[in-house]
Design a protein around this ligand. Structure first.
Ligand SMILES: Cc1cc2nc3c(=O)[nH]c(=O)nc-3n(C[C@H](O)[C@H](O)[C@H](O)COP(=O)(O)OP(=O)(O)OC[C@H]3O[C@@H](n4cnc5c(N)ncnc54)[C@H](O)[C@@H]3O)c2cc1C
Length: 388
């Protein structure tokens, strides 16, 4: 059976997130975007409202939402401010590796405190010298007795400067490429951990992004996630679970860009007519709607598959790729409908245009999603039509 009908509970959850986004985020979105200040009060309220740590299971104190439920929340938050959504959802990115392979002990120790009071957890594979090529991680870990010693520099880490926990990916000294990558939960207060200044970005300015530096950081063996050498698979498994959220971010941003463009076109006049009466404008808005619907469906399907326990990284990559690429087009066209005013920072569309670009970059660039999908098509996909 295929069913696209949301349950009453899901509609209530979406409406709660929508109300929060409209009342608590939208009114202060431009202020935080301009100042670059980290909007902690928003996260305090979101945490209280149960709109953070969406995937943490109930037994560890979280709301235990499924992937599809989470996508409903994420779309609404991103519709108000994609930057706020990035930092808010980064806790789900950071906790995903622990949810996926952590022991019961690790889940109790690291996940439960996140649900008790506002705290951030960051996910850190990227480094100054690599982002796409996760097997190229240079940070090292050395097993000595009942602990590991970590060294290296992590870069581009969302919430890097505000997090109290990091999931750090590092390689066993002397190993190369995929083999030997390990993952550790590292509390920020551990000696040898420091952070860089928040980076000044094109968009998503309400989200903190920065460096995490590790200098002879001693981490107990019990903080290692899974076995030695599991790091690469764990990172990929995490992305399979979190990439649909980028599809949901994109859907929220696209929906808002389209709505602002519709509102603007209905009142702006040119050549003695509302610009909404011009077919060129109508075509752009129709495309925006169809593409937004398509990216939502891909996102929901990928999330639904995850909820069914189906491991399908291709579905996740498709949701991320289509969401990221089409959002860039939608934000560009929406800005075009504003004409010159779209180029001004005092209209919301300029911010959405800047924010849209990030979806093509983080959690695997669009090129990497195409690489993942095309590798599947040439290696595993069975053609129905034989011959050529
Ligand atoms: C705001 C922001 C937040 C981020 N948050 C986090 C975070 O929380 N945690 C974290 O670990 N990382 C994070 N990142 C890092 C992000 O995941 C990387 O920037 C991204 O994966 C790309 O890596 P890179 O910047 O090193 O680019 P590179 O990997 O150097 O790529 C440069 C260009 O080459 C292309 N390219 C690379 N390899 C291939 C290939 N095989 N085929 C075709 N094209 C290729 C890329 O698509 C890109 O266009 C964040 C980045 C940003 C900007």
């Amino acid at each position: 059976m295929v069913d696209f009908q949301l349950s009453e509970e899901q509609i209530a959850l979406r409406d709660k997130a929508r109300k929060f986004a409209k009342e608590e985020i939208l009114p202060v979105s431009a202020k935080y975007d301009k100042s670059g200040e980290f909007p902690r009060p928003i996260y305090e309220k979101a945490h209280k409202a149960g709109l953070m740590n969406l995937g943490i299971p109930k037994q560890y104190g979280g709301p235990g939402y499924g992937s599809l439920d989470s996508m409903l929340v994420v779309e609404e938050i991103a519709a108000a401010d994609p930057g706020v959504a990035t930092s808010m959802y980064a806790n789900d990115l950071g906790s995903a590796p622990i949810i996926l392979i952590g022991t019961d002990e690790q889940k109790k120790k690291f996940l439960t405190p996140l649900t008790k009071e506002l705290q951030f957890i960051s996910f850190a594979t990227s480094e100054p010298g690599m982002g796409s090529d996760v097997a190229g991680i240079q940070a090292t870990c050395e097993h000595k007795g009942d602990e590991y010693i970590l060294n290296g520099n992590k870069f581009w880490i969302t919430n890097g400067d505000v997090a109290s926990l990091y999931v750090i990916f590092a390689r066993l000294k002397g190993t190369k490429r995929h083999a030997g990558l390990c993952a550790f939960v590292v509390p920020r207060e551990t000696e040898g951990v420091s952070t860089g200044k928040p980076l000044e970005k094109l968009g998503h300015r309400a989200s903190d992004t920065g460096a995490v530096i590790l200098r002879n950081v001693h981490v107990p063996v019990e903080n290692r996630l899974g076995d030695e050498g599991i790091g690469f698979l764990l990172a990929m498994g995490t992305f399979m679970h979190t990439r649909p959220a980028i599809g949901a971010f994109a859907t929220g941003l696209s929906r808002s860009a389209m709505e602002y463009a519709i509102n603007y076109a209905k009142q702006r006049e040119a050549f003695e007519h509302k610009i909404s009466s011009f077919q060129a404008i109508q075509d752009m808005v129709a495309d925006m709607y169809a593409r937004t619907e398509a990216m939502r469906l891909l996102t929901w399907r990928a999330a639904w598959q995850l909820d069914q326990g189906q491991d399908d990284n291709i579905a996740s990559s498709c949701a991320k790729l289509v969401g990221a690429e089409d959002t860039m087009k939608i934000a560009t066209d929406a800005l075009q409908i504003y004409g010159g005013k779209g180029y001004l920072e005092n209209y919301r569309i300029a911010k959405l245009f800047r924010d849209a670009k990030l979806f093509q970059i983080y959690e695997g660039t669009s090129q990497i999603q195409r690489y993942v999908i095309s590798r599947y098509l040439f290696k595993e996909y069975e053609t129905i039509m034989k011959g050529f």
